[in-house]
Design a protein. Structure first.
Length: 258
C-alpha cells in the first residue's frame, strides 16, 4: 500500500503519460507527419471532437501498449521501471528496483478533454488491477510505526481511478513551434483496494514482518494519504519527461488539424 500506492502511481504515472501523449496526438490530429496509422486525427471544429478523441484514443491503446520504437515508446506489457526513489519526507525513504508492472492491458480510457483556447487538457482512465513485482528498500517511520527492510515486493492496486490535468504551451525549436507540458500539472487518483507484500522486513524477523504487512494492508488508505503528495510529484515529473520527448519530434502545426 505505501509501496503499492507509490508504484501504482508510478506505473499510472508512466502509463498515464504514454496514454495522454498518444491520445492527445491522435485526438488533436496528425495530418502530414509520418505517424503510425493507429493515431487518427480529429477535427477541433467538429461538435463531436471530444467523442472522437475518446474513441480514437481507445482504438490506439492496444497498439501503444505494444510499444513503438519510432516514437520512443517501450513495450508496456509489462512496463519495466529500473529504479524509483521516493522521498516522502525526512522520516521515510523508499526505493524500488527492477519493478515489473502487469495489468496495463486492462486500462479503460474514460475521457480525453483538450481545450486549445485555454491550453488545458484532462485525461481520465480506470485500471481494474495493477500488479507490481520487483525489489524494494525502505527505512523510516510510516504513520506511527518504524519500518525497515530490503527484499522482494509484490503489490496489487485494485480498482484504480486516475485523472491527469495539465496545461500546455509552445516553444520554438529550430524555428518551429512544439508543444510543452507545463510543470503545474496535477495527478489525482483513487483506489478501491490495495494488497502488499514486503519480504525480509526487519532483517528477516518473521513475526515483525508479518505484523507490518498486516498493518500496511489494514491501513492502506491512511498510507496513501501520507504518501500521496510525494507519489504524485514523482509521477508527474516522469510524465512530463516522456511527453517532452515525443512532442519534440512532432511540430505543433502538425498536431492541430483546424
Amino acid at each position: 500500500m505505501n509501496q503499492s500506492e507509490l508504484a501504482i502511481c508510478l506505473s499510472k504515472m508512466k502509463f498515464l503519460l504514454y496514454a495522454f501523449v498518444y491520445c492527445l496526438t491522435s485526438c488533436v490530429g496528425a495530418s502530414r507527419i509520418n505517424l503510425p496509422p493507429y493515431l487518427k486525427p480529429c477535427s477541433i471544429s467538429s461538435p463531436d471532437f471530444e467523442a472522437c478523441c475518446l474513441q480514437h484514443g481507445r482504438d490506439a491503446l492496444p497498439m501503444i501498449l505494444k510499444g513503438d520504437k519510432k516514437l520512443g515508446i517501450p513495450n508496456l506489457l509489462p512496463l519495466v521501471v529500473p529504479h524509483i526513489l521516493v522521498d516522502a519526507g525526512k522520516n521515510l525513504k523508499i526505493a524500488f528496483e527492477d519493478i515489473h508492472v502487469f495489468g496495463l492491458d486492462g486500462i479503460d480510457l474514460k475521457q480525453v478533454k483538450i481545450d486549445i483556447k485555454t491550453r488545458k487538457a484532462t485525461l481520465k482512465l480506470d485500471v481494474p488491477q495493477l500488479e507490481l513485482i520487483g525489489k524494494y528498500e525502505v527505512d523510516g517511520k510510516l504513520l506511527v510505526l518504524p519500518i525497515k527492510g530490503k527484499g522482494d515486493v509484490n503489490m496489487t492496486a485494485i480498482g484504480g481511478h486516475y485523472q491527469y490535468d495539465f496545461e500546455f504551451s509552445t516553444e520554438r525549436i529550430n524555428g518551429i513551434d512544439h508543444l510543452v507540458v507545463l510543470d503545474n500539472d496535477v495527478l489525482k487518483f483513487e483506489l478501491e483496494g490495495a494488497k502488499i507484500r514486503l519480504d525480509n522486513l526487519f532483517d528477516g524477523d518473521k513475526v515483525l514482518g508479518e505484523q507490518m504487512n498486516t498493518f500496511l494492508n489494514d491501513n492502506w488508505k491512511d498510507v496513501i494519504d501520507e504518501l500521496g503528495g510525494a507519489v504524485s510529484q514523482t509521477v508527474r515529473s516522469l510524465g512530463r519527461n516522456i511527453a517532452s520527448r515525443i512532442f519534440k519530434k512532432v511540430p505543433y502545426k502538425e498536431l492541430i488539424l483546424d
